[in-house]
Design a binder for this molecule. Structure first.
Ligand code: HEC
Ligand code: HEC
Length: 477
């Protein structure tokens, strides 16, 4: 077993009872509002389990909303190019990581790490910062490389032949190597774990410097993401209060809200560093594709990158407000696949084990949305995402060492678990955890440390059969 720093809170007064009560409370909400246990997301639930399971419209959308939804979906799938052409919209670059949203969020699902050590990162990105904070209390960008390493650019090689500007160098080439270790269950069975080591080659603008912090991130699945925006802040804070009573330390992130120009509760991203979907879309456009907008007008060209600053301008803004609004409605209007196998005895046993092992303290089984003006049908819906949207210290084994607003170097936002069992079918891969290191649910659980140490240990002590039931349950969510 890898060594994890043991939780500071080891004196837990009989943890099991309150956990079961919390889980039972959550179940009670579920039963009040929705008798059918397969309804993951109330009236947004669909019975579709193929590669389109995460990208279909909820049936409750009006025809007009459906039209905007479809427009948003096509912007999400759109290829950006360096000139106006039939196969792309002008706006890509000068530096970027991918040329469309869907290159990373495959079929609105998750990304995957490169297959070999000679292949560059594609659906993953590397965040960057230096010690200190920016003017809003967020990470401080690197003076020569900004807040993210861009491994592709309009260099006349990897993109449109028609590009007429001077070739712009990429910032660096990004590869992963893997370090293996072995973990053992209490019954003696062993599992090989792997941890990525980022390999940065051909840095074009000097060394990063010893105090530069990097954080590797896997593209997250987007299933049901509108529900996470529609949960009232009070609900999230009240979950944090309940967790404190159980000696857990879930905390909301407080981050800069570029749309409303104030600090807001962070909800999106692996460290909950983005408060709303509109900002997330515009930040992804500029950060990942070099597509500017009214919200982020500046291209990503730190002063030393002079060729970057000299490239031909696209149409400003490269992504217009109407398109961002359409992508926003598309994200909010996505249907969520129904739960599978709810009547299976093993899956039901797995659900009990999930509550007993305290998984449900952080991966909260049920929440209810509040009033949601942008898409009224999302209001007042009970849903089962299995997240609390809170940050937790998951220990040294998963730490990236890079703070992000209120998120510390070992903190991560509990990811939603719904749809996880369909990952392979939807996106062709099941790379779990923030950097895609876990190849299945077992590995993901074994990496839990910090506040989740007891939960991991409960799993390690289970029999092979019990572990199987727990995993079957997780994959049925
Ligand atoms: C280069 C790959 C890449 C591209 C291109 C990309 N994303 Fe992402 N996306 C990510 C990663 C990585 C994260 C997690 C970021 C983090 O933790 O900071 C993410 C997070 C998100 C989230 C938050 C998910 C959650 O559960 O909190 C949304 C929503 C999202 N992206 C939408 C988009 C949209 C819309 C586009 C196109 C405008 C896009 N992304 C383009 C990689 C990508
Ligand atoms: C203290 C809160 C907490 C507890 C308890 C907890 N988790 Fe997690 N879980 C997290 C966080 C935070 C992450 C994200 C960590 C990362 O990406 O580095 C996570 C990640 C996961 C993932 C990967 C999801 C994905 O999309 O990548 C799975 C699966 C998972 N947990 C299952 C479980 C199970 C099963 C248990 C009980 C044995 C459990 N968790 C207990 C907080 C918790």
């Amino acid at each position: 077993m890898r060594k994890h720093k043991s939780s500071k809170r080891s004196l837990r007064p009989s943890p099991l009872l309150p956990v079961l009560l919390l889980a039972a409370g959550a179940l009670a909400i579920a039963q009040d509002a929705a008798e059918d246990p397969t309804l993951s997301a109330g009236s947004f639930t669909i019975r579709r389990f193929d590669h389109r399971a995460f990208s279909e419209p909820a049936s409750v959308l009006t025809p007009k909303q459906r039209q905007i939804f479809m427009a948003g979906r096509s912007v999400f799938n759109r290829k950006w190019a360096s000139v106006n052409s039939l196969n792309g919209d002008w706006g890509l670059g000068p530096t970027f990581i991918a040329d469309r949203c869907s290159a990373c969020h495959v079929n609105s699902g998750r990304g995957s790490p490169p297959q070999s050590s000679g292949e560059q990162l594609l659906s993953m990105l590397v965040r960057l910062s230096t010690p200190g904070t920016d003017e809003h209390g967020g990470p401080k960008p690197h003076p020569n490389y900004g807040d993210q390493l861009q491994n592709r650019s309009l260099d006349g090689r990897s993109v449109d032949l028609a590009y007429a500007g001077a070739p712009v160098p990429n910032e660096a080439d990004l590869f992963l190597d893997w370090e293996e270790s072995t973990a053992a269950f209490a019954d003696g069975e062993t599992v090989t774990l792997r941890r990525p080591k980022l390999r940065i080659e051909n840095l074009k603008f000097g060394e990063l410097g010893a105090d530069t912090m990097t954080s590797l991130r896997m593209a997250q699945p987007l299933v049901g993401i509108g529900f996470l925006e529609a949960v009232p802040e009070e609900t999230i804070l009240s979950i944090a209060a309940k967790q404190r009573a159980l000696n857990f330390n879930g905390r909301p992130n407080r981050v800069w809200d570029a749309v409303n120009r104030r600090m807001s509760l962070g909800r999106f991203g692996w460290k909950a560093n983005v408060p709303g979907l509109k900002q997330q879309i515009a930040a992804a456009a500029i950060g990942d594709m070099g597509v500017n907008s009214n919200l982020y007008a500046e291209q990503n060209c730190p002063p030393v990158q002079t060729l970057c600053a000299k490239q031909l301008p696209g149409n400003f803004p490269e992504i217009i407000d109407r398109e961002i609004d359409a992508v926003e409605l598309w994200l909010q209007g996505l249907a969520v696949p129904a739960r599978r196998d709810v009547d299976d005895a093993q899956v039901r046993r797995g659900a009990e084990l999930f509550a007993r092992a305290q998984c449900a303290v952080c991966h909260v089984p049920a929440m209810k949305t509040g009033a949601f003006a942008k898409l009224p049908q999302l209001s007042g819906q009970v849903f089962h995402a299995y997240t609390d949207l809170l940050l937790h210290d998951l220990g040294e084994g998963l730490a990236d060492g890079r703070p992000d607003f209120g998120a510390g170097p070992r903190d991560w936002r509990t990811p939603a678990l719904w749809g996880l069992g369909l990952s392979q079918i939807v996106g062709g891969g099941i790379a779990l955890l923030h950097d895609g290191r876990a190849r299945n649910v077992t590995e993901a659980i074994l990496w839990h440390g910090g506040e989740a140490t007891d939960a991991r240990e409960a799993f390690r002590r289970m029999t092979g059969g019990e572990r199987e039931y727990l995993i079957r349950f997780v994959e049925s969510i």
